[in-house]
Design a protein around this ligand. Sequence first.
Ligand code: KIV
Length: 266
Amino acid sequence: MKKVTVPTLYSMKKRGEKIVMVTAYDATTANIVDEAGVDVILVGDSLGNVIQGLPNTLSVTMDEMIYHVKIVSRGVKRAHLCGDMPFMSYQVSKERAIENAGRFVKEAGAESVKIEINENYLETVNAISRAGIPVMGHIGLCPQSIHLTGGYKVQGREESEARRLLELAIAAKEAGAFSLVLESIPKELAKKITESIDIPTIGIGAGPFCDGQVLVINDLLGISPEPVPRFVKKYANLRETMLRAIREFAHEVREGTFPDEEHSYS
Ligand code: KIV
């Protein structure tokens, strides 16, 4: 088993080998995701929605992220582990951004951090990566900016916006980002960005031409309640399976058929 590192991800792009990224928020799930051979595990601030039941990611804190990255790291052997920097952990100043990125590595065991960027954060990307911490940029739909953009909308459909995103991707690479998440942008734009930079692009709602793909674990396993975004493909229906199992347990307890002889001590 060879650990996936940043250079591994560069080589995968060079070889045209697709990168698989999945989110995880706890050690048990991370262990299963790792055993499945996923290349990158992202502890996303999507834990605000998925774990905390919040309507968006804006109130997720540094301490909550550190806690989840720390417990995820206990379940990971092979995958590269990336921690998502929450809202207001990198926006205030470059110094604060470096300090907080450092906490992900020193306290929690992350091997890189992800930040949602626009042109205002290129210096922050540069400062964190110069401090020795690999930075994954996130462009297109940035959930931490929903109040500015008016919601969860596809980005880059207008020609001027598409040009801006392409230039931002190139600038992010120049600033030192080691990879880029492209969220909810037209597939032809994602293709152009992917062909224009030599760092891996990882798409979510960005079509098939990215160097890799990411999905939120609860979405791909079919645990998330409806509605889920159009880009989500459910590879299982665990919500149904879990409901069936829990209802069966409740039924047997109420009927007095559990525990039976087999599950009792004498
Ligand atoms: O927070 C998250 O899980 C993410 C991924 C969906 C890319 O940002």
